[in-house]
Design a protein around this ligand. Structure first.
Ligand code: NAD
Length: 485
């Protein structure tokens, strides 16, 4: 298992030689050790990224950046199967999901789309000639887009490659340098990536630095350093708020991809039984996905039919060993997360919701941090389980009176990341989608995902967009230039 940090182009141990354990959440066994970076390591990484940005031609050399992104793509593909095994072992991610969003899907385009956009991006645009201040002096003006500088990239453990690649691609394509801080739980994947960057690409020393650390707070070096120009963060809303506070001391912009509590709205013109037959898919990857819909909104007069269909779908779900291709749900990533999810289930019961199925730790799985796929019915949207992000296989069925009420409930949330609308009438579905305060919405099963598709949240779900043109622009500065016409 890879274990080194990548600082200034070199694969190194932590400066104090420290290591920390990497645990497989399905077997509960230690599968390896990773260098435990310190604040001093993080500071060295920031200094390297600063130097690479300020003193090399990385920020201006489009051809080099394009070439390096394609090299990185090839390097990752050369160990794609090893990445797959790492992700199953350290995240507990089911094998099948690695063929989709966990690895293969982002690998198709997260680096290559931004690489191609280097040539197509509107780096300079004319805003025309003007007597700008009304004194009879004609000026020609242009708006220039420039790299922003050193980016602090902080990522979570649930989709480590998907999130890392969708940040690295745009960050590097736009000409920035960076320091990546992976989540402690998924440091081996990050260490493999670091080795490939060092050994199989011409990415110049200091352009990408990767510092793993068991202590979350090592990441504070990135949020407080005057040498970091922007923090790009994916993680929980609580940490996002803390990062924004820390960044305020240096007036650093922050780009935050945070949590969600997304709703699926099943309008009254759909076949409710059929629509709810796939309700359990929200338990995929143990519910450890920020955009997973965890509130299912159904018409009150069809509630019993909906609850029965959803319960049946939960009863027919395969979960367990993530190496088994039949399972779409593995363990929670850690004992801490398992305990957290179980705590929310208890809270749901205490507040009066009813467990239709699941509700505990599965008895047939002897090791691993598993939680039963759990369906709550008789849920009021004001309950804790309907308001807070659980990040587990816990789904709520909530009744609404009419279309207006469904929209009100969907929007009655601190979050606004994603959701779905299902209707027998596509145009009606789109009208409802337009009124949901969330950054991404699927209508009738449509999928919004892609390297060219902006992703992010309203409200407590974040600030800024990853991917798409918006996700390139966020890593640029804007300079307006004028000269005599
Ligand atoms: P987390 O917020 O606990 O940690 C995320 C990262 O931040 C980790 O690398 C962690 O070490 C680091 N960190 C923690 N405290 C820090 C601090 N004070 N300063 C700097 N860095 C710090 O989140 P998690 O438990 O790793 O991931 C789960 C969360 O991520 C969920 O809330 C989920 O919704 C969210 N998420 C959001 C998206 C999205 O795109 N919107 C995608 C995936 C996950």
């Amino acid at each position: 298992m890879d274990q080194k940090l990548l600082i200034d182009g070199k694969l190194v141990d932590a400066e104090n030689g420290a290591l920390f354990d990497n645990v497989n959440p399905a077997t509960e066994e230690v599968i390896g050790q990773v260098a435990n970076g310190s604040r001093a390591d993080m500071e060295a990484a920031v200094a390297a990224a600063r130097r690479a940005f300020d003193t090399t031609d990385w920020s201006t050399n489009h051809a080099l950046r394009k070439e390096c992104l394609h090299q990185l793509q090839a390097a990752i593909e050369s160990e794609q199967e090893e990445f797959r095994q790492d992700l199953i072992a350290e995240v507990g991610c089911p094998l099948l999901i690695t063929y989709g969003p966990q690895l293969d899907a982002p690998l198709r385009e997260a680096l290559t789309w931004p690489a191609e956009m280097i040539d197509r991006f509107e780096w300079r645009r004319s805003i025309g000639e003007a007597d700008a201040m009304g004194v009879g002096y004609q000026t020609e003006r242009e708006v220039w887009k420039e790299p922003l500088g050193v980016i602090g990239v902080i990522v979570p453990w649930n989709f480590p490659m998907e999130i890392t690649l969708n940040k690295l691609g745009p960050v590097l394509a736009m000409g920035n340098t960076c320091v990546l801080k992976p989540a402690p739980d998924t440091s081996a994947t990050a260490a493999r990536l670091g080795r490939l960057i060092a050994e199989k690409t011409d990415i110049p020393a200091g352009v990408v630095n990767i510092v793993s650390s068991q202590d979350h707070l090592t990441g504070e070096v990135l949020t407080t350093s005057p040498d970091v120009d922007l923090v790009a963060f994916t993680g929980s809303s609580a940490t996002g708020k803390r990062i924004m506070e820390a960044a305020a001391s240096t007036l650093k912009p922050v780009f935050l991809e945070l949590g969600g509590k997304s709703a699926n709205i099943y309008l009254d013109d759909v076949d409710i039984s059929q629509a709810l037959a796939s309700a359990v898919t929200s338990c995929m990857h143990g519910g450890q996905g920020c955009a997973i819909p965890t509130r299912l909104l159904v018409p009150r007069d069809r509630y019993d039919e909906a609850a029965a269909a959803a319960t049946e779908s939960f009863a027919n779900w395969n979960y367990g060993d993530p190496t088994d291709a039949n399972n779409l749900q593995g363990p929670q990533v850690s004992k801490k997360q398992q305990d957290r999810v179980l705590g929310y289930i208890q809270k749901g019961i205490d507040e009066g919701a009813r467990v239709a199925i699941g509700g505990g730790v599965p008895s047939h799985l002897e090791t691993g941090y598993y939680v039963e796929p759990t369906l709550f019915v008789d849920v009021d949207n004001s309950m804790t389980i309907a308001q807070e992000e659980i990040f587990g296989p816990v789904i709520c069925v909530i009744a609404y009176e009419d279309e207006e009420d469904a929209i009100r409930i969907a929007n009655d949330s601190d979050f606004g990341l994603s959701g779905n609308v299902f209707s027998g009438d596509l145009e009606r579905g789109k009208r409802v989608a337009a009124r949901i305060r969330a950054g991404t919405i699927g209508v009738n099963g449509g999928v919004w995902y892609g390297a060219d598709a902006p992703f992010g949240g309203y409200k407590n779900s974040g600030i800024g967009r990853q991917c798409g043109i918006e996700g390139l622009e966020i890593f640029t500065e804007t300079k307006t230039v004028g000269w005599p016409a």
